[in-house]
Design a protein around this ligand. Structure first.
Ligand code: GAR
Length: 204
């Protein structure tokens, strides 16, 4: 049984999609904990209501990134996770933290990376006038919003789109693709080789 720790900063709808998929599809994995850097993160109550241990490590309690990340790492490692899942965890992570979870930390980003890193990705897409937009699941590296890509899904951008409408359509695909990617990981189906992710090639 694999152990997963999910990090959130807010609403937690991706976390919710993963928890539901793990339960209904009876993954060989358990969500060991949901941890937030914000005590007011909406997703914490969903996790608690589903019997998942929750914890808050507030970045406001630490003078710098390094000390916050060290405290967060201690909290995460209490649950001995095989995989750390960033689900709307809105923090820039330090290199030692990322290195500690190398090859076992996933993130979802609401754009077709490497386009539109950082914040306000839907606004960036509308401003650039792209005709397709989407979301990316990737392994986390010290390079913000980069790292080996596990999956990408695309939505068409329409003339009438606003930030809100585009965001809502992208979120629908996020809720499908993220549980799927996490499941591939827990089933041992992902291999990183030369910066690329291969599915189902086994150990070569
Ligand atoms: C999601 O759209 C996720 O892709 C994005 O934050 C939202 C969180 O929603 N993540 C990032 O922008 C990370 N750079 P949720 O809390 O409802 O899952």
């Amino acid at each position: 049984m694999r152990s997963i720790v999910i990090l959130i900063s807010g609403r937690g709808s991706n976390m919710e999609a993963i928890v539901r998929a793990a339960q209904t599809e009876q993954w060989p994995a358990k969500i060991a904990a949901v941890i937030s850097n914000r005590a007011d993160a909406g997703g914490l109550s969903f996790a608690a209501a589903h019997g998942i241990p929750t914890a808050v490590v507030s970045n406001k309690d630490f003078p710098d990134r390094a000390q916050f990340d060290a405290a967060l790492q201690l909290e995460i490692d209490r649950f001995a996770p095989d995989l750390v899942v960033l689900a709307g965890f809105m923090r820039i992570l330090t290199a030692p933290f990322v290195q500690h979870y190398a090859g076992r930390m996933l993130n979802i980003h609401p754009s077709l990376l490497p386009s539109f890193t950082g914040l306000a990705t839907h606004l960036q897409a509308l401003t650039m006038g792209v005709k397709v937009h989407g979301a990316t699941v990737h392994f986390v590296t010290a390079d913000l919003d980069h790292g080996p890509i596990v999956s990408q899904e695309v939505v068409a951008v329409t003339d009438g789109d606003t930030v809100e409408s585009l965001q809502a359509r992208v979120l629908v695909i996020e809720h499908q693709m993220y549980p799927c990617a996490v499941r591939w990981f827990v089933e041992g189906r992902l291999t990183i080789k030369d910066g690329r992710v291969y599915k189902d090639i086994g150990a070569q």
